[in-house]
Design a protein around this ligand. Structure first.
Ligand code: SAM
Length: 283
């Protein structure tokens, strides 16, 4: 898994501030917990948390990370939930606690499409319930060249290996016959969506088969495997406001590449001010 140094450093630098915004006896609910390493930074830097709920769609990873955490932190109630964070999840089984903080760390929010971001924020609000807070990290828009540089294939080939793994899984799990060598990897900046697109460029005319369907791919045709959106600050503010969250506090890393937003959920009956008409992304 790709370990985001920027957001891990930010969490470490501000873990105590985050704790002071919450109060003692808090439950930490992590959406897309992965290796759980970033939540561990929050635990080790302050003692506000009594209960931790890692949520992930990958059962193997969730079980392994939770088991390790239980050994290292026997003082916590650890309640892993195998589930999809685009659903409203039931937290009624948790032991009593005073405050609740949901977190979505890493590049996950930036990987969502324009439709998925408000959908996630709505589900998180419903899952967490009234008066809960949400902490999310987002990559900040800077110059396209530096974004492209960060995603171009690296000497160890990790970026390309990530994409090759998707193709290998399509071939295995969807009975595909995609020839990886018929594509070239490139990281392409999409200015309309403020996104870096991890792309396979077809090197020839080819017909591929996936789950019994045939697709003709032209030479130089692009297949986008993953998009990583970068946010101008006003777009991030608009997103949160439209999803009925207030920004209580935000922090950014010294390179201004990543932002952490501490959000509070607005009460259901609060009237929202009229929004500007333009969509969040440029398209
Ligand atoms: C980019 S990783 C981030 C992991 C970790 N939070 C970090 O920052 O290092 C995204 C994680 O979200 C999980 N995930 C992806 N889609 C999900 C979904 N719809 N519901 C729950 N978990 C999901 C993945 O299995 C993965 O562990």
């Amino acid at each position: 898994m790709h370990w985001r140094v920027e957001s891990a450093g930010l969490i470490k630098a501000h873990a105590k501030d985050i704790g002071s915004l919450l109060g003692s006896d808090s439950a930490l609910i992590e959406f897309g917990a992965g290796s759980i390493k970033k939540a561990q930074i929050l635990f080790s830097e302050n003692s506000n948390f009594t209960c931790y709920v890692p949520i992930d769609i990958c059962e193997q990873f969730l079980n392994a990370a939770s088991a390790t955490l239980k050994q290292e932190h026997p003082e916590f109630h650890i309640n892993p939930i195998l589930g999809n964070f685009f659903n409203i999840l039931d937290l009624n089984h948790l032991p009593p606690h005073k405050h609740r903080l949901g977190v979505l760390f890493g590049v996950t929010l930036g990987n969502f499409t324009q439709k998925q971001v408000p959908e996630f924020l709505r589900c998180a609000r419903k899952t967490l319930g009234p008066n809960a807070c949400l902490l999310v990290s987002l990559d900040i828009l800077s110059d396209p060249e530096s974004h492209q540089k960060a995603y171009k294939n690296d000497p160890k080939g990790i970026r390309k290996a990530f994409c090759d793994n998707l193709i290998t899984r399509i071939n295995k799990e969807l009975n595909g016959n995609i020839q990886i060598d018929n594509f070239q990897y490139a990281a392409i900046w999409n200015p309309a969506d403020y996104a870096i697109e991890m792309t396979y460029i077809s090197q020839c005319l080819q017909t591929i088969s996936i789950a019994g369907r045939q697709f003709e791919i032209l030479p130089d045709e692009h297949i986008i495997l993953k998009s990583s959106h970068k946010y101008p600050e006003d777009h991030a503010l608009k997103l949160f406001r439209e999803a009925r969250y207030d920004i209580e506090k935000s922090w950014q890393d010294p390179n201004s590449s990543c932002h952490l937003y501490f959000l509070s959920s607005q009460p259901e009956n609060k009237t929202i001010s009229p929004m500007q008409e333009q969509p969040v992304f440029g398209s």
